[in-house]
Design a protein around this ligand. Sequence first.
Ligand code: NAP
Length: 501
Amino acid sequence: MNTKQPPTSLIMLFGATGDLAMRKLYPSLFRLYRKGKINEHFAVIGVARRPLTQEQYQANIMDSVQSALENVKLDDLKRFATHFYYHSHDVSDTESYADLKRIAEEMDKKYQLQGNRLFYMAMAPEFFGLISNHLKSSGLTDTKGYKRVIIEKPFGHDFESAQELNNMIRNSFEEDEIYRIDHYLGKEMVQNIEVIRFSNAMFEPLWNNRYISNIQITSSETLGVEERGRYYDKSGALKDMFQNHMMQILALLAMEPPISLTTEEIRSEKVRVLRSLRAYSDEELAENFVRGQYGPGTAGSESLPSYREEPMVDEQSNTETYVAGKLKIDNFRWAGVPFYIRTGKRMATKSTKIVVQFKDIPMNLYYNPQEELNPNLLVIHIQPDEGITLHLNVKKSGKNGTTPIRLNYCNKSSDKMNTPEAYEKLLFDSMVGDTTNFTHWDEVALSWKFVDAIARIWKENPEPDFPNYASGSMGPAKADELLEKDGNMWWPIEDFEIESC
Ligand code: NAP
């Protein structure tokens, strides 16, 4: 892997006119181009069904970049857009792959791409296996350079379907050629978890059950299901967010220090965490997991509809838009430490944060022995703010007693927009062959098996109380009770924003 020279690549993008391509992929590629991380040796063949001329496609690329980014130099953008070619093609049409192969070979020569090919599946998941088979049978994967495939989420809807999909893709690609996207792994502060843990003498010695009381991971959205009702009603928060993003964050927080920072070593430590997750009985699952569905509510003066009133959602839907769980990791480091995870839509705040709560010191020597000190917290802000906050106690200025204070670090991202940043990094990684921040099949398999058990008992026992939280709230009361049973509480992350960020 040579990261010094800009990588060369032909990117064949299936789903070139879709939302993901327009909002995230084109702006991210442009950022890479503007920074010189990719240069003149790249080309994109955009594939979708609708008829578009080359000029229309290139104009769409320019619009997409201009709506996402500021200070775009028109000359740069025009030059960038000349690298894009459109091919109208229905992915189920076998014949048309021969045309794609011919165009790929032309691009290869024109841009000296050394036969390097990246196939990006930015389409509905039911097409992933089909496209992958066609890529092989048409000879598109017979190339003298690298061949890699990027797969968008969701990777299956349970373990069985994920395995079936994986087997199909494995007919055409080796495991190390498969880049399963979890865009949370491209986020700056998610990548920072390892650095915070493993490069600070003050954290790693404390990072265990002797000093940590509990760890809380929250990913809350203020938006509802928007236009995604058709997909979401079959999926729900457990499969859409928990199985992938939340469990990946958990693995990074709980893993042992890898012996080196190679992809294999990091992955093997993450896999060990997922293997150590306590497999709950059905009764324990019911006790330790809470589901929610949003009812009507308000945001400021705006009234918000309930989930069941959203477009393309079943009026009697039993799909959860919120999940909270208490997970246990059965190993020496974490025995006895609960990991609380929650994620939901239409909540009071848009925020992804990790709160690491340290154990209390034995007694409060200061001023009032009956008054409890605030516990020390390490807050990792993933989005929208990026940074860390350390909650400590200090002396009240000029008085006796203690007062809590916060030490903040704000990681100023260049453009304040997290998600395109993540795609930018992940696209680059896939071009240079770095799979560290993509999900390996072993991780996908273990997390699906864990989640399938929850999905099964929820399906067998529809929730009679849906909807059970108001839009604009922080979720159902049962999720608070989950922590109260342990003498804990969800920290009010809505008040934890870094002011200077
Ligand atoms: P989308 O807006 O519905 O786009 C689908 C794309 O597929 C369009 O370009 C469509 O173009 C093309 N297409 C559909 N059927 C086709 C066929 N038979 N042959 C060729 N092209 C076909 O979907 P999206 O939101 O971009 O999502 C794409 C993937 O990314 C999904 O797996 C989704 O779960 C994942 N994802 C999306 C986001 C996001 O923010 N959008 C975030 C995370 C993950 P034509 O209609 O012109 O054929």
